[in-house]
Write a new protein. Structure first.
Length: 625
């Protein structure tokens, strides 16, 4: 597809878009292409202001307009996989007046959210789920004798996730059910593996489709057409095997349409109308261009996938400028340094090479780098296979996405007594992406697993040492290092990591208050200690809990634990149980964690403050005691 740059609407006058209060209003619009220009302009405007997912939203504008104009929403149901590409959908489903504040506190989410609108059927954020959830809706419709169409929109990147195939495998015979494969050749990073190669072959299919459609038109207008047509249908599979070597979706029971130009509204509407009343499931293969209509995004779809605020008119905008002092980048550099000396080190990522800091490793050690696609479960078990041959696999995954591999961590690694290193990025509060992306649950589920050791660096230098220790460790267990998004907070002057399980800061030996913490929140606690009289126990290895700290704690009358994790399964909860069992602690113990709930979108520092984990709130809590 040729690049076509949309003219940015700086006047804030969206003449057509402002008329849309529901999808039914699309019938009033004569020129849907102009509407698409307005939508693109608005997407660029709001992402430039608030940050968010840019390239993916620009790529589905025509598809969204076509879906909303053909189907009868909200009676018909649309499920968006991941949900990060929903900005145009939100504008067309009654949320245009709120779109300026998307991803800000107490305003609309950057993902589909069922509490926000009747048009959002599922609250989303993770990949490969839409086919299963949409199929469940379709089957429940049939049980209840209802009549409407169900559509799942899933990207080609999400097809690397196994759950997508579990859903596809169960779709046979489901009527009025459509899967739309939005194929833009990417997830966050470029797609990899056999599915990407399969879809690449499928993209050459238009020649076959056009020839087939032309032949059918000729036969339908010819008196001998029907007889010839029957003969040709019988030989259809032979012809297809010549022009199109694979028919995966048709073999799974789908009526397959495509590939379709995903930026041609007329063509999209035509095929969407064809599938409205089929007695079996259909799959529409749509080809789109990520970043469509905004030249700098089209040229750099990988780095413009998710961005912070930027200058709309700066054609030299560099999206996602890499912070060389982020935990992710320091992790990647240190891993490369270690891999230079140790050829047994391998790195694994799940479609997030640059996001987890592994771009340099990929370039330097191609044979030891594995991007497995959006397949976290496979990544972990695959790492286990590498470990059986005495390699050292390092699996870099965001905390939020590691949840998807719990069974594999438990069954395929821990139970086998295998050594792998889990580099758990974006652990803790993560900001504007909302409920699905907060890294607050890994402590709770990882500490239920035997044979695991969990480190929690507060600073970049600690991450480097902990990573090196993990690589050099001879323990046959999971070594997990969890570190926060972005970079370190305040670091005390002359602070040096002692390479022990914990550090004790005895600021006032006569004080009866001890504060325990770990990770990023140590900085906030230390700042608080400069304004109030406390001693600090900083945990470096958070699990298993070093039993020696019980002796330190028992000397204090008041002990407080500040922790950036949900309460259930937290380290503070486990420590409380140990204190209770010891029967030696007679003081007062209290913990301050994140409530056992889902954390909505807000900027990260505000989230820390809202949960009382910043230095000022910590001071207030201490002074009350």
């Amino acid at each position: 597809y040729e690049r076509s740059t949309v003219k940015i609407n700086m006047s804030n006058k969206y003449n057509l878009l402002s008329q849309i209060n529901s999808p039914k209003d699309l019938k009033k619009i004569n020129n849907l292409n102009i509407l698409c220009e307005e939508i693109r302009s608005k997407i660029i405007e709001i992402v430039a202001k608030n940050g968010g997912h840019l390239a993916s939203n620009l790529g589905v504008v025509e598809l969204t307009v076509a879906l909303c104009s053909v189907f009868n929403l909200p009676e018909d149901k649309i499920i968006w996989d991941v949900g990060h590409q929903c900005y145009a959908y939100k504008m067309l489903t009654g949320r245009f007046n709120n779109i300026n504040n998307i991803r800000t506190h107490n305003n609309i989410s950057g993902f589909t959210n069922k509490s926000e609108s009747i048009y959002d059927l599922f609250t989303s954020g993770h990949s490969s789920t839409s086919i299963s959830s949409a199929l469940g809706i379709a089957r429940s419709r049939d049980i209840l004798n209802q009549n409407y169409h169900v559509i799942s929109v899933i990207g080609d990147g999400a097809l690397t996730g196994g759950l997508a195939y579990e859903g596809l495998n169960n779709c046979a015979g489901c009527k009025n059910f459509t899967v739309i494969l939005n194929d833009n050749k990417m997830s966050i990073s470029n797609n990899v593996g056999s599915i990407a190669r399969y879809l690449s072959r499928a993209r050459i299919k238009p020649s076959y489709i056009k020839s087939k459609n032309l032949l059918e038109k000729i036969l339908n207008h010819n008196s001998f057409g029907n007889k010839i047509k029957k003969i040709l249908i019988r030989s259809k599979n032979i012809i297809k095997s010549i022009f199109y070597k694979s028919s995966l979706f048709e073999d799974m029971g789908f009526v397959y349409y495509g590939p379709i130009d995903g930026h041609n509204i007329t063509e999209l509407q035509k095929v969407l109308k064809l599938v409205q009343n089929l007695d079996r499931p259909s799959l529409i293969h749509v080809i789109t261009s990520k970043g469509k209509g905004y030249e700098i995004s089209e040229k750099d779809p990988k780095n413009s996938h998710a961005v912070g605020p930027f200058d709309i008119n700066n054609l030299n905008t560099s999206f996602n400028k890499k912070n060389n002092n982020s935990f992710s980048s320091v992790f990647g550099k240190k891993l490369c340094e270690l891999a230079e000396k140790n050829n047994r080190i391998c790195a694994i990522t799940a479609a997030m090479t640059s996001s987890t800091g592994l771009s340099e490793f990929k370039n330097k050690f191609k044979s030891r780098f594995f991007d497995v696609g959006i397949a976290e479960s496979h990544a972990v078990t695959f790492a286990g296979g590498l470990a059986t041959n005495n390699l050292i696999p390092v699996v870099a995954i965001y905390s939020s996405f590691l949840q998807r591999a719990y069974d594999q961590i438990f069954h395929d690694i821990s139970m086998q007594n295998l050594k792998i290193i889990l580099a758990i990025d974006q652990a803790g509060l993560t900001g504007e992406n909302g409920e699905a992306h907060q890294g607050l649950y890994d402590v709770g589920f990882l500490t239920t697993i035997p044979n695991i050791k969990i480190y929690a660096p507060s600073f970049l230098s600690e991450l480097e040492i902990m990573l090196e220790n993990s690589v050099n460790s001879t323990e046959n267990k999971i070594l997990a290092i969890r570190y926060p998004k972005n970079t370190e907070l305040y670091k005390p002057e002359n602070y040096n990591f002692n390479n022990q399980d914990y550090d004790f800061f005895n600021n006032n030996s006569s004080n009866n208050i001890l504060v325990i913490t770990y990770g990023r929140i140590f900085s906030e606690v230390y700042l608080a200690s400069r304004k109030t009289s406390i001693n600090i126990l900083k945990l470096n290895t958070i699990f298993p809990i070093n039993i020696n700290i019980i002796n330190i704690i028992c000397k204090y009358k008041k002990v407080m634990f500040f922790e950036e994790s949900t309460n259930s399964g937290s380290i503070s909860e486990k420590l409380g149980n140990l204190l209770l069992k010891s029967r030696e602690f007679t003081g007062e113990y209290s913990s301050y964690t994140i409530p056992d709930t889902f954390v909505t979108h807000n900027n990260m520092q505000s989230q820390i403050e809202n949960f009382g984990l910043d230095s000022e709130n910590i001071i207030k809590i201490i002074n009350k005691k």
